[in-house]
Ligand binder design. Structure first.
Ligand code: ZN
Length: 143
């Protein structure tokens, strides 16, 4: 792999081309490694915060609540990473199984634009929306 395909899009619009799959695999694999690093770094950090609390190094009660908050934030972040890691893993499995690019719910091809912007997509937009409203996942931006 010496040529650099920096997101240059051709005009072919067939079903998921091998170029798209190859591109997705590269992105998924590096995302996978990055997520694993983030998760273990996050766990170590969260652990430190727990230690700090346990060791009673927190000066006064006001600080304690801040430390609490930090732990919660870290874990929320780790959770998000773990959820994404599972998606990335699933997408990689589907790449290897040759079913990547097909919606795992309805079996229809997922739009290449969608795969380009979200390499870990395993559902078409419609099914993803249905899945999210049913399971209430991925509402990270909602308050
Ligand atoms: Zn679908």
């Amino acid at each position: 792999m010496t040529r650099s395909d920096t997101g240059k899009k051709g005009s072919q619009h067939k079903d998921t081309s091998s170029a798209v799959r190859a591109h997705a695999q590269t992105r998924l694999e590096s995302r996978y490694l990055a997520l694993r690093k983030e998760i273990s770094a996050g766990l170590i950090k969260a652990d430190h915060e727990q230690y700090r609390k346990l060791a009673g190094e927190v000066g006064d009660p006001a600080d304690l609540s801040v430390a609490d908050l930090l732990v919660d934030l870290d874990l929320a972040e780790i959770n998000r990473d773990v959820v994404e890691l599972r998606e990335v893993e699933l997408a990689l499995q589907r790449l290897h199984a040759g079913t990547y690019g097909l919606c795992m719910d309805c079996g229809e091809p997922i739009a290449e634009d969608r795969l380009e912007s979200l390499a870990s997509a395993v559902r078409c937009l419609d099914c993803q929306a249905r899945h999210e409203s049913k399971h209430g996942v991925r509402v990270s931006n909602s308050l």
